[in-house]
Design a protein around this ligand. Structure first.
Ligand SMILES: [Zn+2]
Length: 104
């Protein structure tokens, strides 16, 4: 079971955001309630192969994820999931990560 990733939901219209916004872009509301999303589908993968000034950098995979009932977000991928994979979302500190759901 995944703990999910914290998101913010507009109290007026229910639109979901990650990261938090000052104003809702749908209704211009400014009150948000914390919520969580626990899974999403990988839409696109980006591999960060080099970072300026880092000599011992290991390639990292970032995924654009369409969350279930939540916003799109970019998460660090912990495995070799490809686009179309349903992944569990979790958080380490404030950073969101994802990995494929364990086979039942
Ligand atoms: Zn709103």
């Amino acid at each position: 079971m995944s703990d999910g990733v914290g998101i913010w939901r507009c109290k007026a219209c229910g639109a979901a955001y990650f990261p938090e916004r000052l104003l809702c872009s749908r209704c211009h509301g400014h009150e948000f309630a914390p919520d969580r999303v626990a899974e999403g589908v990988v839409e696109e993968i980006t591999v960060i192969r080099h970072v300026l000034g880092q000599t011992a950098w290991q390639p990292r995979r970032l995924a654009n994820v369409r969350t279930v009932n939540g916003p799109r977000m970019t998460v660090g991928l912990r495995d070799e999931s490809e686009p179309g994979t349903l992944i569990d979302l979790f958080q380490e500190g404030n950073a969101p990560f994802g990995a494929a759901k364990a086979a039942p």
